[in-house]
Design a protein around this ligand. Sequence first.
Ligand code: PMP
Length: 356
Amino acid sequence: MMQASLLGKAFSRGFTSRAVDGFTGAIGNTPLIYLKKWSEKTGCNIVAKAEFQNPGGSVKDRAALGVIRDAEERGLLKPGGTVVEGTAGNTGIGLAHVCRARGYDCVIFMPNTQSQEKIDLLRMLGAQVYPVPAVAYDNPANYNHQARDFAKNLPNAVWTDQFDNVANAKAHYLTTGPEIWEQTDGKVDAFICATGTGGTLAGAGKYLKEKSDGKTQIWLADPPGSVLHSYIQSGGKLVERTGSSITEGIGQGRITNNLATLVNDIDGSLNIPDEKSISVLYDLLDTEGLYLGASSSLNVVAAIELAQKLGPGKTIATILCDGAYRYQSRLFSKKWLQSKGLQDAIPDHLKHYAVL
Ligand code: PMP
């Protein structure tokens, strides 16, 4: 008899196959995309993880599965239980999918500044959504605190606490980091990305640092309105948040527990203005056929600038966090970009892509 391991996984009814096990089995193992134009321009290899290919459409599927598994393993989440989270959207979408696949209820608190597409999708996935005013973390009405309090008052509910629960970074330590290492044959000189919770950067970054004996540089990319760039530049001083960015899901006003697992080993940081993120967003569509969210294009801008800093011949990895589908009414709308003063950020020869 053929060994089950040679055939793959054993499913129900004796069926053995190399099929993956449901929604959660399809998370991760995303392609690493070589970005030709910018690699040739910089003389480096700029490669980016196609996280938009995760079954829930974003890098946050990995964290969603990570925090739910952790809650199950710790006995906090039992059959028929409820997962409660504060999220700008993608974590909620990942959680809502995993909850359906595992039979849990899902309750999401989100700042009311997020795109309608994300709210609609969460509701279609069966989540109960509470859009709440976007107030700072130190305000008790902040979406995170509301999620925590809601879970506290509901029997058999768990607040998955994506910002400070390090099961989030661990998911990237166990999957994203090893995938990047293997897909570059261990030849990755630098890894750079923006952070929201810090899970992706800290988890994947920690793995790459360890695996390379400290040789892989880990850089943080920051949008306007986030304090992390100045925190790193100043050697650890936290300032008040000022300014804002059109990039959703990234930027931070504090050092989360997830980011804290790596923050002292970060080699540098870059601040990327929205004008550059928009310009490269349209360029990646035009030259690579990639239809991306703005945190992805911010990451690519950061990888390009890091390539210019480190010099030719280096391999620099980053993350394509999600696709544009969730933001197209904003990112591909002339009117919306104009309302943000960003209409001139689209290069003239690419303006025809802004069709909405
Ligand atoms: N990009 C997008 C679009 C996101 O939704 C998020 C998560 N909020 C991130 C990037 C940042 O990922 P992380 O939370 O792992 O730092």
